[in-house]
Design a protein around this ligand. Structure first.
Ligand code: G3P
Length: 217
């Protein structure tokens, strides 16, 4: 499974890249709003840190505006991927952009029906959100499992990026479901590393090694 980091914070991206696990980056207007600098400055810096797909979202509500924004965003870097919210106007934009070989990531996907349409429109990626569904006391990962099955049934090339991840189990469940990618907040990446038994084991080995080094024969 590929792991993208879900942030526009370049320090978090730099640290996560040093772990050797990052295959791409997803941003959105909310994540960009948290960072200093213009969205262009931030995206240029992110492109210098990661070779994989880097998602940047359009905000126009009409397909013409979406396509214009996308063409400008695509000039920032060869790996810029255009995030387009799921809608009829978004589908029109994705159809045009896919014909221009501009990678798209159809986002704010919450149902298998939306996922079917996004794949048929030519989206390179889709982002089904799980955390926001869980927040409403429903099982967000159920849609992911259904989308994986549907995409396998028909051989869709569109890659599934499980998004709106809240905790490590979302990452595990995404992998168990067979999703292509999980886009993971930095805090959750840090949580994925940790296990109390690992910490206990490291401490015990260090304590026992002290005994080894104290031995004279
Ligand atoms: O990539 C989409 C993700 O950033 C949304 O996460 O926590 O706002 O639901 P969240």
């Amino acid at each position: 499974m590929k792991i993208f980091i879900d942030t526009a914070n370049v320090s978090e991206i730099r640290e996560a890249v040093s772990l050797g696990i990052i295959d791409g980056v997803t941003t959105n207007p909310t994540l960009l709003s948290k960072e200093k600098g213009t969205f262009r400055e931030i995206l240029i810096e992110i492109c210098s840190l990661v070779d994989g797909p880097i998602s940047a979202e359009v905000v126009s509500e009409q397909s013409e505006g979406m396509v214009e924004e996308a063409r400008e965003l695509a000039k920032i870097g060869k790996n810029i991927t255009i995030k387009v919210p799921m809608s009829t106007e978004g589908m029109k934009a994705v159809t045009i952009l896919s014909q221009e070989s501009i990678w798209t990531n159809m986002t704010l996907v919450f149902s298998p029906s939306q996922a079917i349409l996004a794949a048929k429109a030519g989206a390179r990626f889709i982002s089904p959100f799980v955390g926001r569904v869980d927040d409403m006391s429903h099982f967000g990962m159920d849609s992911v499992r259904q989308i994986v099955t549907i995409y396998e049934n028909y051989g869709f090339d569109t890659e599934i990026i499980v998004a709106s991840i809240r905790h490590p189990l979302h990452v595990v469940e995404a992998a168990l479901a067979g999703a292509h990618i999980a886009t993971v907040p930095f805090k959750v990446i840090q949580q994925l590393v940790k296990h109390p038994l690992t910490d206990i084991g490291i401490k015990r080995f260090q304590e026992d090694w002290e005994k080894v080094t104290k031995k004279t024969s």
